[in-house]
Design a protein around this ligand. Sequence first.
Ligand code: UDP
Ligand code: MG
Length: 315
Amino acid sequence: MKSITVLIPAYNEEQVLPALFERLSTLADRESQYSFEFLFVNDGSRDRTLEIIKHHAEQDHRVSYINLSRNFGKEIAMIAGIDHVKGDALVIVDADLQDPPELIPEMIKLWEEGYDDVYAKRRSREGETWLKKFTSKQYYALLQSVTRIPIQEDTGDFRLLDRRVVESIKQFRESQRNAKAIFSQVGFNKKEILYDRDPRAAGETKWSYVKLLDLAISGITSFTTAPLRVASILGILVSFVSFIYIIYLLVRPLFGESTGSGYSSLMAVILFLGGVQLLSLGIIGEYIGRIFNETKHRPLYLVEQYHASHKKAKK
Ligand code: UDP
Ligand code: MG
């Protein structure tokens, strides 16, 4: 019998967990030709999330859980879970029921047909502002234009991964993670299915605009070093234009033209160059910061407790 692990990162999700358990177990009961594992990663929740998970684990032998020592963020919670997957396939779902578990059977079907990475693409993005949709669109267009790796748009972490993709992802140990970039980079046989993303069932989103900006920057830096090249290209352009201008300045007095006062033009050039230099330094700094963080080689996460489902041997 093939086994499927459903990975659910959860941070302060006490309000939605009962409904989630309900829907997950309905699904698992219906798909009885597979054995299921529900692997919860409690990401340092400050509410009763862990208590509820433990309570269910006592009654339901399919429930496993990892309790992280503090809040690490969803990206890290996911790799913690991925390191502990026992199934032949893995499905990642959000705890807040925005990823309908009812889609899982369709994913499994495609997996059985031989696809390794069946990802759910949002058909609509209801309940999101015009600004958020627009910025997201531009961001993906920009990102796609600088990298050769195909990037899946309007796709989150909701997907089914075959065991071999899971094993590949485990080898990506960077500490500033961007799951989307990693899913794209590993490649394998991908297949999309469309769905309508539901609004959050209860509770609040954990994403602020500041965090989204951080995610966007980490997305770029984990895909590509192209921004570093932007700094070089700007440097070359500015030097070239300045060179021509200097020649012009040298030649001009020969024809009897006066040099005249140049406060405004000087100011403009100085400010422009200052801006370009600061921007370039910022871009370089962004990458150096990442190098700094990676060279520390710290563990990605710390586990306070791991409870495994079944009696099956750990992999
Ligand atoms: N999450 C997490 N750690 C965090 C923040 C979020 O494990 O620090 C989980 C959260 O419990 C949920 C998923 O990541 O299962 C997505 O979070 P959320 O719904 O807040 O994000 P959104 O759907 O708004 O993008
Ligand atoms: Mg959500």
